[in-house]
Design a protein around this ligand. Structure first.
Ligand SMILES: Nc1ncnc2c1ncn2[C@@H]1O[C@H](COP(=O)(O)OP(=O)(O)OP(=O)(O)O)[C@@H](O)[C@H]1O
Length: 355
């Protein structure tokens, strides 16, 4: 547990960066500090690893005041991922990732072995290990930054705008990667972002800060969306609020129509839907050909799986040429489909819940 106890920070010159912050961050949770530029997010986060000293109040890790822990010792237990990866330009990927193990006293061979493990964990190919940072894409550099922060297996991971320097597609990939990783490793993650969408996607808990470092709300994403505590939070989440809230609704109770059996070629022919479309699903289900009897369009089809959200289901229906989305079981076998009409009862229920 990381605890902020009435923490304030004023910088020389009088800037009040953080104002009486009280926060309890549960062990193993993913907490996002979000707010506009200059509202004290980075300052707050850096007080956890003592890169910034509070002007008043205390930051505690598992009940221990961090000011009483030697900075070097403290930081060995806290991984830190920077906006531009912050890699050492003259060290290879492998040596960048092995930095902390070397500081921990492992010899070069042991550190490199651990570094290879960390690279694999963040989905980076071992063939990149001997490259220098400048020989990598922005997204790859960011993965190396995450691998380096995780290599020594610290219980806490701090991430400062880790995805802001990459393009939107890579950003989405990295977000998904971090979600996958967190499900596996269950670290206590504190991340800073100014992007409310990113906060809502990744956070178990979100702390919304306003200029002057004043905490506006500390809650789970659904509460932030549906029950904003202040006008400031309300204006931050107002765009697409209703649609985004569907991300937190499940598809439980969805009524679906069973698919017919595959033909001898292993293809499934959907019966003609109300709007005249039919579809053929490839054997490996990687693509679906939709046809209205005149033209045939082949497209990668988002396949909905158990556990996907109502938002994902709605998006699949809206994106499908036939307005039908396909549903797979836990093993990935597609067994049924659904339409907008099938989603309607769930959408009506979600509207009632969030209004
Ligand atoms: N070392 C410093 N000396 C003086 N003022 C500082 C210092 N660091 C930050 N500040 C000021 O404190 C306030 C909060 O800064 P901080 O970097 O914590 O905000 P932030 O929310 O992380 O902003 P951004 O999203 O732009 O990174 C700002 O007004 C900033 O100018």
């Amino acid at each position: 547990m990381i605890t902020f106890e009435s923490v304030s920070k004023s910088y020389p010159g009088g800037t009040r960066a953080v104002d009486e912050l009280n926060l309890e961050i549960a062990t193993g949770s993913f907490t996002v500090l979000v707010g506009p530029s200059g509202c004290g997010k980075t300052t707050s986060m850096r007080m956890i690893n003592r890169m910034v000293t509070p002007s008043s109040g205390r930051v505690l890790i598992d009940g221990q005041d961090v000011s009483g822990i030697r900075a070097v010792t403290l930081r060995l237990g806290i991984g830190y991922v920077l906006q531009n990866a912050g890699l050492f330009p003259h060290r290879t990927v492998l040596d960048n990732v092995g930095t902390v193990q070397r500081l921990l006293g492992l010899n070069k061979a042991q550190a490199r072995a651990k570094a290879y493990e960390a690279l694999e964990r963040v989905g980076l190919d071992a063939s990149l290990a001997l490259r220098y940072p400048a020989q990598l894409s922005g997204g790859q550099q960011q993965r190396v930054g995450v691998a380096r922060a995780l290599a020594a297996d610290p219980p806490i991971l701090l991430m400062d705008e880790p995805f802001s320097a990459v393009d939107p597609i890579v950003r989405l990939e990295l977000q998904q990667e971090v979600q996958r990783l967190q499900a596996e490793i269950k670290k206590t993650i504190v991340m800073v972002t100014h992007d409310i969408d990113e906060a809502l996607t990744l956070g178990d808990k979100i702390a919304v800060l306003a200029p002057g470092g004043v905490l506006q709300q500390y809650a789970d994403p659904l509460s932030i969306l549906t029950r904003p505590a202040t006008n400031f939070v309300s204006s931050l989440v107002s765009k697409d609020r209703g649609f985004r809230a569907l991300s937190f609704e499940s598809l439980t109770g969805l009524s679906t129509t069973e698919l017919p059996a595959p033909d001898t070629a292993g293809r499934i022919h959907l019966p003609t839907l109300g709007n005249g479309f039919s579809a053929e699903i490839n054997h490996d289900a990687a693509t679906v050909c939709w046809s209205d009897g005149v033209t045939v369009r082949s497209a990668p089809q988002p396949i909905i799986r158990p556990g996907d959200s109502l938002r994902t289901g709605l998006d699949a229906v809206l994106a499908s040429p036939s307005s039908a989305a396909l549903l797979a079981d836990h093993d990935g076998n597609i067994g049924s489909y659904f339409t907008l009409a099938d989603l309607q009862p769930l959408l009506s229920k979600a509207t009632r819940v969030s209004s």
